[in-house]
Design a protein. Structure first.
Lengths: 368, 270
């Protein structure tokens, strides 16, 4: 009997050891130290900006914690910033790539070629051809770590940048670059970009709101292969049974909106941020700021303003006063300014709520 | 001993009744979809079901996706839970163990029988799905089909990938089978063993939907079940498929070891 008890003990000990080893394995792998490379922040930024032509393929995940107060018509954009999006990418260049958003039961693939994009939606069975536009709503390709990292670092100055060690991303050593915006109006506390030092490709991008410990947006590669993918994987021919559609003409819509927009002269500076010119932005829309601190101001027709006010006031965090209604979703601020006389305005951007209020006071016709 | 177990399993009428019941749901879904012409809207319903209206040859996959989340694991849990506890309850376990083959071999034979049951069940569901799909819906002619990524697949590619999916779904059920078998060595009641395995399953499915449980999500037994859809992307997305296979392997290994540690030293009185 005693011998049998010892036998059982030995057997259970062996099983226990096996379980312990298996449970510990992921933490051991995760704790493997990453090699840091001694490269100055400015040089690392230059390498990132030069990486648009680096070919790669991979699998990335972006997780957003931003509950955007937008209407049902923009649910795709809202989901992009509030959900976990899994993306496969094959990148041959800025005008030759394929980005598939992978879901449990289907996928939506965007195939970019020099003439425009094909968007394939498996579950709807549609293939949509779109023309390249200089101004468009955010799409999954914009949230790829590589694309987002380049965009966020593009206007950073050297004194905003610092180095922050190294970590492992997608099985590679990635060196850290931190951007802390200098503008007092900034609502983004910091942006951490983790870069593959050899190729300059950003492997992970984390955007933190001022004073937040959790990233408002975190996008990173899970797998990455630094080889130029074959052209036939990127190319797209609509399957015979697909319904062919044409994407709405963004430039035309913007031109139409501009015609209908109330005629106002926007100030040259708002919330301490100078006005800038951006390609594709109509004159009725003022864009202010630089880098990751941007503010857009636009007059809106009355009908649109009513719907927007409803959407904004539905948010429990909305602040309403004489100036209008404002709400923040992570680092993103959104405000509907309703002056006593003159048209309503919408203000949005990565600035603090105080900066939004300050900007609202300076708009033509606003209450002060 | 494996042959004996297999014969025993497949001679039982209830094995075939279980398989028949499993096929009833996808057939009912197919008939309803055909009669109403209402496939689920994109993003809703089981994978591939919305594509079935244009290509009936995809119905085996839709049928697997329909039974995968609940029906198939219940059947597997019942059969696996019955493996050892059923013998104990019937009072035949001690006679089985009188044979010189040993308890470890009996466990392995029981596991192989459960795996065979899973494989036969999945093949029958896919086969019935194919017959139902191609009879009720338009099957695409010679061209094969369209992958989830919108590229065309030849008939051979589609068949090859369907076979891989059948294999993957079979392996996905091994974790449930191993839980059932382990619980079956703990108790003399087959019902308790099957319910134990189902409890694990329900817990895993529930935790998978919970954001707060995301750190442990990669280790949940049901985490990669639907990854068979990835076999129909072009190029195939292997990441989750490989992880799913490895995870099931780990569960089978650990639970079989635990079942062995328990069973080989257990006092068998019935």
């Amino acid at each position: 009997m005693a011998a049998r008890g010892r036998g059982a003990l030995a057997r259970w000990a062996a099983v226990g050891l096996l379980v312990a080893a298996l449970v510990a394995l992921p933490s051991v792998v995760a704790a493997l130290p990453a090699d840091d490379v001694d490269v100055p922040a400015a040089e690392l930024r230059a390498a990132v900006l030069a990486s648009a032509g680096v070919g790669f393929s991979g699998y990335a995940v972006s997780a957003g914690g931003l509950a955007l107060p937008v209407s049902e018509r923009l649910t795709d954009v809202a989901d992009l910033f509030s959900d976990r999006t899994l993306v496969r990418v094959w990148w041959r260049g800025p005008e030759d790539h394929r980005v598939d958003v992978v879901t449990a039961a289907g996928e939506t693939g965007v195939h970019r070629d020099p003439g425009g994009t094909w968007t394939w939606d498996f579950e709807a069975g549609t293939a949509t051809r779109g023309a390249p536009a200089s101004l468009a709503l955010p799409t999954p390709p914009d949230l790829l770590p590589a694309a987002l990292g380049r965009r966020l670092l593009s206007e950073a100055t050297d004194d905003e940048l610092s180095r922050i060690g190294a970590r492992r991303v997608a099985g590679r050593d990635a060196v850290g670059l931190r951007l802390v915006p200098a503008e007092p109006a900034a609502s983004v506390g910091r942006v951490d970009v983790w870069v593959d030092p050899a190729s300059g490709l950003p492997l992970q991008v984390q955007v933190f709101a001022e004073g937040a410990d959790l990233a408002a947006l975190d996008t990173r590669f899970l797998d990455l292969d630094l080889a130029v993918p074959p052209a036939d994987v990127v190319a797209f021919t609509p399957p015979p049974e697909a319904t062919l559609l044409t994407a709405p003409d963004t430039e035309g819509l913007i031109a139409q909106a501009e015609e209908r927009a109330p005629d106002v002269r926007l100030p040259g500076e708002l919330a301490g941020l100078p006005r800038r010119t951006s390609a594709g932005v109509p004159d009725a829309v003022g864009v202010y700021g630089r880098g990751v601190t941007l503010l857009a101001a636009a007059p809106v027709p009355g009908r649109l303003a009513g719907g927007l006010r409803e959407a904004l006031t539905a948010s429990p965090d909305a602040v309403t006063d004489a100036l209008g209604t404002r709400v923040a979703a992570g680092p993103l601020g959104l405000m509907l300014v309703t002056p006593p006389d003159g048209p309503a305005y919408v203000l949005t951007g990565t600035v603090t709520l105080d900066a939004l209020a300050d900007a609202a006071r300076r708009l033509p016709g606003a209450a002060s | 001993m494996i042959g004996v177990e297999l014969r025993k399993l497949f001679r039982r009428p209830r094995t075939w009744v279980t398989i028949a019941v499993l096929n009833a749901l996808p057939v009912l879904v197919a008939v309803l979809v055909q009669l109403t012409d209402l496939a689920p809207r994109p993003g809703e319903g089981p994978p591939f079901l919305s594509a079935v209206l244009t290509n009936g040859a995809l119905f085996p996959l839709a049928a697997l996706a329909i039974v995968l989340p609940l029906f198939l694991p219940i059947a597997v849990a019942v059969v696996a839970g019955d493996a050892v506890a059923g013998e104990a309850q019937a009072g035949t376990l001690r006679y089985l163990l009188v044979r010189p083959a040993g308890r470890t071999r009996l466990l392995v034979a029981k596991l192989v029988a459960v795996i065979a049951f899973v494989l036969v069940t999945v093949l029958v569901v896919a086969g019935v799905g194919y017959v139902v799909g191609t009879t009720l819906f338009d099957a695409q002619p010679v061209g094969g089909g369209t992958s989830v990524s919108g590229t065309s697949l030849s008939q051979q590619e589609l068949a090859g990938r369907s076979l891989m999916a059948i294999g993957y779904v079979t392996v996905s059920m091994l974790g449930v089978a191993a839980f059932g078998l382990f619980f079956s060595t703990l108790t003399d009641s087959p019902l308790a063993a099957a319910l134990g395995a189902l409890a694990v399953l329900v817990t895993s499915s529930l935790l998978f939907t919970l954001d707060a449980a995301s750190p442990i999500a990669p280790y949940l037994p049901t985490r990669y079940w639907l990854a068979f859809v990835d076999l129909f992307r072009d190029p195939i997305l292997w990441r989750d498929v490989v992880r799913g296979l490895a995870l099931q392997g780990v569960y089978v290994g650990v639970l079989l070891a635990a079942a062995w540690a328990n069973f080989t030293t257990k006092d068998v009185t019935s």
